[in-house]
Design a protein around this ligand. Sequence first.
Ligand code: HPA
Length: 250
Amino acid sequence: MKRIAVIGGTGMNQWPGLDIQSKQDVLTPYGPASAPLLHGQINGHPVCFLARHGEGHRLPPHKINYRANLWALRHAGMEQVIAIAAVGGIAEWFAPGEIALPRDVVDYTWGREHTYSDGSPGTEVHHAEFTFPYSPAMREALFAAAAAAEVIVSGAGIMGVTQGPRLESPAEIQRMRTDGCDMVGMTGMPEAALASELGLEYACIAVSVNWGAGIGTGGIHDEIAASIERGMLKVQGALARYLAMASIRA
Ligand code: HPA
């Protein structure tokens, strides 16, 4: 069976139901990962969990050491990474409380350490292919797992990733819509690109927790409070089934 890791974000900084068997602090050339890797089981199926924002959710999106996180997972022998991301919905079909499996990404972030191919001595410049930011095979298996768990996935869509930590202005959301974005988050990049550079299979389950700025009628923080738990329960249902199905495939 492939070794599977889950990176949990806002709303899933911990994984209720994860039976933790060991904690691993990985020393990386890039500094510390956000948190120790938690090796454990969900319903008897092995999985490794990493809290993207650190214990106690102390790291804002632009301060997360994405290079250390992905390097630590690779070093620990992980082969697949499922990233969980709370996002704002831009497309009409992606209302708060719904989940999606993005198929592509637009990167609006800046100033983040975003590559391992950084020209440091002894490294070669490598132009990593990024034609499939999210593994088609993993997405297919995630769609199947969600269906088997009777969890509705609203669609696929394109993820736009902004710098944060502030939310966007309505004009910024309009621009993203024009660019083709269906959702907006703050942590999807450089995470996806770094996974690709390391040869990790990577997919994302996005949870809409609010409407992008200027779309909804209510306050964004009220929308988040009302929807985040519902969305994360769907994620956890789909993940549990994904792990069970992965162990059958193996
Ligand atoms: N914008 C950016 N990131 C987000 C949002 C949003 O509206 N909601 C959750 N993460």
